[in-house]
Ligand binder design. Structure first.
Ligand code: SAM
Length: 277
């Protein structure tokens, strides 16, 4: 079956008009209209025939179509109740497509995707961080995450220790994956164009440090909760006892007067293990 390409300004306008739709700002709806960007995302995700892919927010099916054409088996989660009817039509005839109507933050992803899978998504920008943290912190069998995000978020995800934008998101992403910015995408590649430049980030998921992830996450979030405070004060402010903090700092040789943003991933891992004893 030969499908018309959805990633095109006039095709997208036609679909929106036909279904009496308008992009809903509150749901972060900026539809891709650039076939080149779709192709580049599919390439960055290194899709092979039969790959299991979770797409968050398929919209009218633009990126989904690129993934399906590359042979992926796509499970897409979409919260907008008006879109299933649209997707039924725009993706009619593709056999490897499964749509789940619902909110990605409320679904049990482990149940939906029990086997190793990749995430490929043009994320709704209002909940990018929550989605990424959910995918990374739930010990899911995810192998690769390729997401379109705001450029500023992409920079935080890939920031090096010591830089001003290095924070809890950088640590969460880099603890579990090797993350890099693949390419930037200008506002004109979307309908409607967002106010910001976007970027596609590729996270190759891996386990590097042997830590209790839940406790580690608590330590990192506590350390970054008040960025201007010293590490020791931030941890104390988050409820760790002064004795425990001081013992952990002595054991690891980390200076408690440093700020969270100067700690490397390895130092966070050591600190977390020491605080847990
Ligand atoms: N993938 C399409 C594309 O590239 O053209 C649409 C991307 S648009 C930036 C984000 C999509 O995420 C929208 O379709 C929106 O309705 C959907 N969305 C927003 N919040 C969601 C949520 N909590 N769970 C699932 N999908 C959501």
């Amino acid at each position: 079956m030969l499908h018309p390409l959805i990633a095109d300004p006039s095709a997208t306008r036609h679909v929106l008009k036909k279904f009496h739709l308008r992009a809903v700002k509150g749901l972060g709806q900026n539809f891709l209209i650039d076939a080149n960007v779709v192709r580049q995302i599919v390439e960055a995700a290194d899709i092979c025939a039969g790959d299991e892919v979770l797409e968050i927010g398929p919209g009218i099916g633009t990126l989904t179509q690129g993934l399906l054409e590359a042979g992926a088996r796509v499970t897409a989660v979409e919260v907008d109740k008006k879109l299933p009817a649209v997707l039924n039509e725009t993706l009619a005839g593709y056999e490897n497509f499964r749509l789940i109507a619902g909110d990605i933050l409320k679904l049990n992803v482990a149940e939906i995707m029990p086997r190793p899978f990749k995430v490929v998504a043009n994320l709704p920008y209002y909940i990018t961080t929550q989605i990424l943290l959910t995918l990374l912190e739930k010990n899911l069998p995810v192998t690769k995450i390729v997401t379109m995000v705001q450029r500023e978020v992409a920079e935080r995800m890939t920031a090096a220790p010591g830089s001003k934008i290095y924070g809890a998101l950088s640590v969460a992403v880099q603890l579990r994956s090797e993350a890099s910015i693949a390419f930037e995408v200008p506002p004109k590649s979307f309908l409607p164009p967002p106010e910001v430049t976007s970027a596609v980030v590729v996270c190759n998921v891996r386990k590097l440090f042997d830590v209790d992830e839940e406790f580690f996450t608590r330590v990192v979030r506590s350390a970054f909760a008040q960025r201007r405070k010293t590490l020791a004060n931030s941890l104390a402010g988050a409820g760790f006892s002064r004795e425990k903090i001081s013992a952990a700092l002595t054991a690891t040789g980390i200076d408690g007067s440093r700020r969270a943003e100067t700690l490397s991933l390895a130092e966070f891992a050591e600190l977390s293990t020491a605080l847990r004893q």
